[in-house]
Design a protein around this ligand. Structure first.
Ligand SMILES: [Fe+2]
Length: 256
């Protein structure tokens, strides 16, 4: 784990975590804050996935219970990990359709914003979208490509992951909707991400994304908006590695 303020909570032999009463209250508060905003602003795939998973205010959710539905419906499962893991482990897990999941709950003084992924982020941000075959196939594809990449290439590939699975927006019926789990697990970022007086929305463009650095410790100033999930399919191409290498080269020459 790198620079985490939290300690990983080990699961017991059945995969359960003994959460405190305070953790339960934090989950419930976040769920009831997040859900009305998500119902209004999340994309259709997220809302369908929420129904499939049957997640509720009673929590924190336990990984074996989420996995019992997720695995049967999608072939994916949550794998308990420390809050922050390295790229090698991250892409390796995705390649096996194991979604890395930090098991701790954020502290009550960090309800609004948390730079690290906690259980609410993993379950409420990512799992509903994983129920959609287009998004889950894309996530699996990124993992399989990531394990073949060197570290520099992984850094560039992580930008694609960041601006889609974590912080992606998508157009639906003329409206801008959210599918990124980093946004959907943060009620404040849901409204922040759609407020064009605070942030910019750019057309989804893979070449730009590969050259866009990001920060993990502050709400995003910039989001990319897909026209449809067809654009995820467009990325899944053998030429992506060449595009990644070109972007690495461009960024290096820009620094020089
Ligand atoms: Fe995440």
């Amino acid at each position: 784990m790198k620079n985490s303020a939290y300690t990983a909570i080990p699961v017991d032999e059945k995969g359960y975590v003994p959460y405190s009463k305070e953790d339960g209250e934090t989950w419930k508060h976040l769920f009831n804050w997040q859900q009305p905003l998500a119902q209004q602003h999340a994309c259709t795939s997220y809302l369908t996935g929420m129904k499939t998973l049957g997640l509720s205010e009673d929590g924190p959710a336990q990984l074996p219970e989420v996995n019992s539905v997720l695995l049967a419906k999608t072939g994916w499962q949550l794998e308990p990990v420390d809050a922050l893991i390295n790229f090698k482990r991250f892409f390796g897990l995705l390649a096996e359709q194991k979604f890395p999941a930090a098991t701790f709950m954020r502290r009550p003084d960090q309800l609004e914003y948390l730079p690290e992924p906690d259980l609410f982020h993993e379950v409420m941000g990512h799992c509903p979208i994983l129920c959609n075959p287009e998004f889950s196939t894309f996530t699996h594809w990124i993992g399989k490509l990531g394990v073949q990449c060197n570290h520099e290439q992984q850094v560039a590939l992580a930008r694609i992951y960041w601006f889609t699975i974590e912080f992606g927006l998508i157009r639906e019926d003329g409206n801008t909707k959210i599918f990124g789990g980093g946004i959907l697990s943060s009620p404040k970022e849901i409204t922040h991400s759609l407020d064009l007086s605070l942030v910019s929305h750019q057309p989804f463009d893979i070449e730009t994304i590969l050259r866009t650095r990001y920060r993990i410790d502050t709400p995003q100033p910039n989001y990319f908006v897909m026209d449809s999930t067809e654009q995820l399919l467009g990325i899944q191409d053998k030429k992506l590695l060449t595009r990644i290498d070109n972007a690495i080269s461009d960024l290096k020459s820009a620094v020089i």
